[in-house]
Design a protein around this ligand. Structure first.
Ligand code: FBP
Length: 696
């Protein structure tokens, strides 16, 4: 039969199925965009007023009082229903308002919903009110590049990941000149308020702008964004006001889904250790959450490692009546030993595979490396400052940079008796592999932060692990345990006596997983063991099944490395982040409408059920401390690190041995599944938050 002609090439694109197949959106996106998150009750009743919550206290930094005098006395403000009698007097809400919004720093899922919340709030009081989005981050403010945000635009991005609606950037508005420019743009636009959606540095910027804008009457409000989860606010007496920044949950879920899939691959092929570096510039919150989500075999928490004490070393020193300061804090070498320990223990039960999670910022917690980072920060910043030209422009290659460091160490640049980079630093630095030296010298970001994402941390650690495993293998201490049943089956094929051979070959001949004796590390030593146990004559060949068993016991350590960061940062938000951010948008609007400035919009009780959420404003100036930036101490909002006393960490510590699964039987991996929109398929808040809600 003659084949029927298909549709003509030009008309095939009009076929409904083809149209659907090549469309830019799919049913999941449509469902996402049409989802309207729940609003906190106070936002459903109309206008609001603020309750000053003087009872929440913080330790003030005197530098903050000096630099931010007009906002330092702000208190925590709770957004409450004014009650029917007061409602009509709140004309401010109905007034035609103009607000500007900007994304600052790395993307975090949920950002578009902050804008959607702001938009819905502003329009609900007066449809003529306007929202403007500054393009490509703070540069948009400085260069007066913005768009008016319309309903169409908002509807396209509701509940969708990324920051692509108005894009983002990392420029810091850090000089008087830049602040004047920013003020001019906001004045020209006739803004009543500016909302800065960003991380710790951007919220710091929001406070500085609030101070600078104070007399103009333009309000500045920050919104806690960052997947890193390091914006968390507690009062002096430990009450949680902001449990986590937005985007954290979605990013952690995105990473966890990928890591869980790797676990399933690893458990199937049993040949790779998957090494997963997970974002988080400094704090290990994302690693902790991902560990709880996936039950990876080994998850390193930087904050715990910083607290590390080498007990053996300490005891030895105490016996000798001395103090060994090197016993405190962890070194790269010691860290690699800890990782090897887990690998060797699992191998003993036939599991020469697994999952390791390494936080991106782990180097910050390793003494020897942290010292290098701080010293290099200062050297680079001083150079830029003194010469008014970028260090990286003048010394583009590694060789040039190393040469400059050598000059410093020899006192040729700074001839004080204590140069910041001494001969010992130079010697130690030169022992590092060049890829790692390059990483440590990488250009700092615009806020002066070390760019951990640019360093192959996992490579330096895993190279040391591989080297030490090689030593352990030579010493016969790294071996794969043989399943007893497998041993029996193999020996039966050669009609060999099980018990006498087991006695000669294995450490514990009665164990379920049989470990070949440490002394047997080659075919030669294997033969010696058989001969000395009268199981083989000098001239005889080793029986094939025994050779097979020996080969099976010899591990080959193979790794695959993965970096999880940009993918999770761009993922679509979870329902938790959708709802959280939508309400943050409302919070930011209500703070501005009530005349607040220098506050960070936040939701109290986020770690609890939605019915208990409370919108508040937190005084940013009161969260500041001094931190090293660009080689100098600067006033910035304090980052929250993993709290080793939190329930989340304590639970992790108590159950992690189970996840190592160094025993017979299956692994304990958990599959959290993808971020979905329909059905009850994901938990309603991060696991770390759920556990923290149990904190006293
Ligand atoms: P923010 O603090 O701006 O939210 O960014 C966090 C982060 O995603 C870190 O986890 C990561 O180290 C860094 O950004 C990477 O930045 P870049 O986009 O410059 O590569």
């Amino acid at each position: 039969m003659k084949p029927q002609p298909g549709p003509k090439p030009e008309s095939i694109l009009n076929h409904p199925l083809v149209k659907e197949a090549v469309a830019d959106i799919n049913p999941e996106n449509i469902e996402r965009r049409s989802f309207i998150p729940q609003k906190i009750k106070v936002f459903t009743t109309g206008d609001s007023c603020l309750e000053e919550k003087e009872e929440f206290k913080f330790t003030l930094h005197k530098e903050a009082r000096r630099i931010l005098p007009d906002i330092i006395d702000n208190s925590v403000q709770k957004i409450v229903d004014p009650g029917d009698s007061a409602r009509d007097q709140k004309k401010e809400f109905k007034r035609k308002t103009r607000i500007g919004v900007v994304f600052s720093g790395g993307p975090a899922p949920g950002g578009h919903n902050v804008i959607a919340g702001l938009f819905d709030a502003i329009k609900s009081f007066n449809p003529d009110s306007q929202l403007f989005g500054f393009l490509k981050g703070p540069d948009g403010i400085l260069e007066s590049r913005y768009i008016e945000i319309t309903r169409d635009l908002v509807d396209r991005y509701r509940n969708m990941g990324g920051f692509s609606m108005i894009r983002t950037g990392r420029t810091k508005i850090d000089s008087r000149g830049k602040m004047d420019l920013a003020l001019q743009t906001c004045r020209n636009l006739g803004l009543d308020g500016l909302v800065i959606i960003g991380g710790d540095d951007s919220n710091t910027n929001a406070a500085f702008l609030a101070q600078h804008f104070k007399s103009s009457g333009i309000k500045v409000i920050g919104v806690p964004k960052t997947i890193d989860g390091d914006i968390q606010v507690k009062t002096n007496d430990g009450q949680t006001l902001c449990a986590i920044s937005f985007g954290f949950h979605s990013a952690a879920r995105g990473f966890s889904q990928n890591i869980a899939s790797l676990a399933s691959d690893a458990g199937s092929t049993t040949k790779y250790w998957h090494v997963c570096k997970v974002m988080g510039r400094v704090a290990s919150h994302l690693t902790l959450e991902t560990a709880l989500q996936t039950h990876a075999n080994l998850s390193l928490i930087g904050e715990e490692l910083a607290d590390y004490v080498n007990r053996d070393r300490l005891e030895k020193a105490e016996e000798g009546g001395i103090v060994d300061y090197n016993a405190f804090g962890i070194t790269l070498r010691h860290l690699s030993r800890l990782i090897c320990n887990t690998i060797v223990r699992r191998a003993a039960f036939g599991k020469n595979y697994g999952i390791i999670i390494i936080p991106e910022g782990i180097l910050e917690f390793i003494n020897e490396i942290q010292v290098f980072i701080i010293k290099l920060n200062k050297i680079i910043a001083d150079y830029n400052h003194i010469h008014d030209i970028s260090f990286h422009l003048v010394f583009p290659g590694l060789k040039d940079k190393l040469e400059y460091l050598r000059h410093i160490s020899q006192g040729m640049v700074d001839n004080t008796p204590f140069p910041i980079w001494n001969l010992r630093d130079d010697e130690l630095f030169n022992q590092l592999p060049s890829f790692f030296q390059e990483g440590l010298l990488v250009e700092r970001d615009l806020h002066g932060n070390f760019q951990f994402s640019q360093v192959k941390t996992e490579k330096i650690i895993m190279d040391m692990v591989k080297e030490y495993l090689g030593v352990l293998k030579e010493q016969g201490r790294y071996k794969i345990g043989i399943d007893r049943e497998e041993y029996k089956t193999l020996m039966d094929t050669g009609n060999l006596d099980l018990q006498s051979h087991a006695k000669a070959l294995f450490k514990d001949p009665l164990a379920d997983f049989l470990l070949v004796r440490e002394s047997i590390i080659s075919l030669k030593t294997l033969k010696q063991a058989l001969v000395s146990n009268d199981l083989l004559g000098d001239e005889e060949e080793i029986p094939r099944p025994v050779v097979e068993i020996f080969k099976k016991s010899q591990p080959e350590f193979k790794t695959q490395t993965h970096f999880y960061g940009y993918d999770g940062r761009g993922s679509d938000p979870t329902q938790f982040d959708c709802t959280y951010t939508y309400n943050l948008g409302f919070t930011a609007f209500h703070l501005i409408a009530n005349g607040s400035t220098g506050q960070m919009a936040a939701i109290k009780n986020l770690e609890k059920d939605f019915s208990q959420w409370e919108p508040i404003g937190i005084p940013i100036a009161r969260l500041m401390h001094l931190e090293e930036r660009k080689g100098r101490l600067e006033l910035v909002m304090e980052k929250a690190l993993v709290d080793l006393d939190s329930n989340a960490f304590k639970v992790f510590k108590m159950v992690r041995e189970k996840w190592v699964a160094a025993k017979a039987g299956p692994d304990a991996y958990r599959r959290p599944g993808p971020i979905r929109f329909s059905g009850r398929t994901e938990e309603d808040r991060p696991i770390t938050l759920m556990l923290s809600s149990l904190d006293g």
